[in-house]
Write a protein that binds this ligand. Structure first.
Ligand code: ADE
Ligand code: ZN
Length: 332
């Protein structure tokens, strides 16, 4: 298969996106438009200045700018516009299903209500199947740099909207905030019927992945790329077929890997892991899901079979019903 055939194979492939922070899809153009609409003062004068600020040395240096950008999101329609813009873009890339993270505490901490955030996103999700041919679910993430008590309060606020939320997750600054800090929150969330996922092994050690599995009871691990440092952990992930939502461009931008050629995605597949490719925060990292797949394929020399496996893995790893998975797989 030549390079242009591979490119068109990747572009046309029906896709599922499982690791996408809606706040991380805020493109500079929309950031400016919302700042103007809501009369929020940005410290950037223009779009070039914003793009220049997007040079990160690690996860924390990115998160500082990501939370700052989210400050323009205030009204329900802002959350609708943000979500709709992502879904339109994803549909054009043949994404048929997306499981979307949101960070309620990034908004409630600024005085925006939980209801405002979720209602805006939900309206966009409801319109998407008929208008764009894409289905979507929401995953509510707790910010791990905040306290377990704050996460517990957020869980309480989410309960009236439980039917709109598929799972809980854990994100933000990983180092120094191990999954076990949130053991009780996840226990209660799972008792309420939420599925669970967690960012682990992005910057943090394999031990954090063990905790995500054994203490939080996650059914997927977000990133998880550091698992290869621990053969017993790999064995466990393979045996239980625990998916990893890998984000290649993010990992390079945040310096988990020096370059895409150094990324371990191909080795994850060779180890028999259920790895998937995702975009994380595409407005900040320079590429949506197709770009992640295209660049990873080129840099790592992924075969057609490996590329196809990545998409099959994503469908398998999704929280869709077996029937929905089957019908998406058959459309492939
Ligand atoms: N929040 C948004 N993107 C994130 C990432 N890659 N890791 C942790 N928290 C995040
Ligand atoms: Zn993430």
């Amino acid at each position: 298969m030549g390079p242009s055939e591979m490119e068109s194979f990747i572009r046309k492939m029906p896709k599922a996106e499982l690791h996408l922070h809606i706040e991380g899809t805020l493109e500079p153009e929309l950031m400016f438009a919302l700042a103007r609409r809501n009369k929020v003062q940005l410290r950037f004068k223009n779009i070039e200045e914003i793009r220049k600020a997007y040079r990160f040395k690690d996860l924390q240096s990115f998160l500082d700018i990501y939370y700052e950008g989210a400050g323009v999101l205030i009204e329900e329609r802002d959350f609708f516009d943000l979500t709709w813009a992502y879904l339109e873009r994803a549909a054009k890339e043949n994404v048929r299903h997306a499981e979307i993270f949101f960070d309620p505490q990034a908004h409630t901490e600024r005085g925006v209500s939980f209801e405002t955030v979720i209602t805006g996103m939900r309206r966009a999700l409801e319109d998407a199947p008929a208008k764009l041919g894409i289905s979507a679910k929401l995953i509510m993430c707790f910010l791990r740099h905040l306290s377990a008590a704050s996460a517990m309060e957020t869980l309480g606020r989410s309960l009236p909207f439980k039917k709109w939320i598929a799972a809980v997750g854990l994100d933000s600054s990983e180092m120094g905030h191990p999954p076990k800090k949130f053991a009780e929150v996840f226990r209660q969330a799972r008792a309420e019927g939420f599925l669970a996922v967690a960012h682990a092994g992005e910057e943090g050690p394999p031990e954090y992945i063990w905790q995500a599995l054994d203490v939080l009871g996650v059914s997927r691990v977000d990133h998880g790329v550091r698992c290869l440092e621990d053969p017993a952990l790999v064995q466990r992930l393979v045996k239980d077929r625990i998916p990893l939502t890998v984000c290649p461009l993010s990992n390079v931008k945040l310096r988990a890997f020096q370059s895409l050629k150094d990324h371990n995605l191909k080795r994850l597949l060779e180890a028999g892991l259920c790895a998937t490719v995702n975009s994380d925060d595409p407005a900040y990292f320079g590429g949506y899901i197709t770009e992640n797949m295209l660049q990873a394929q080129t840099a790592l020399g992924l075969t057609r079979a490996e590329v196809a496996a990545l998409t099959r893995n994503a469908l398998e790893a999704s929280f869709l019903s077996p029937e929905q998975k089957r019908s998406l797989l058959n459309g492939q």
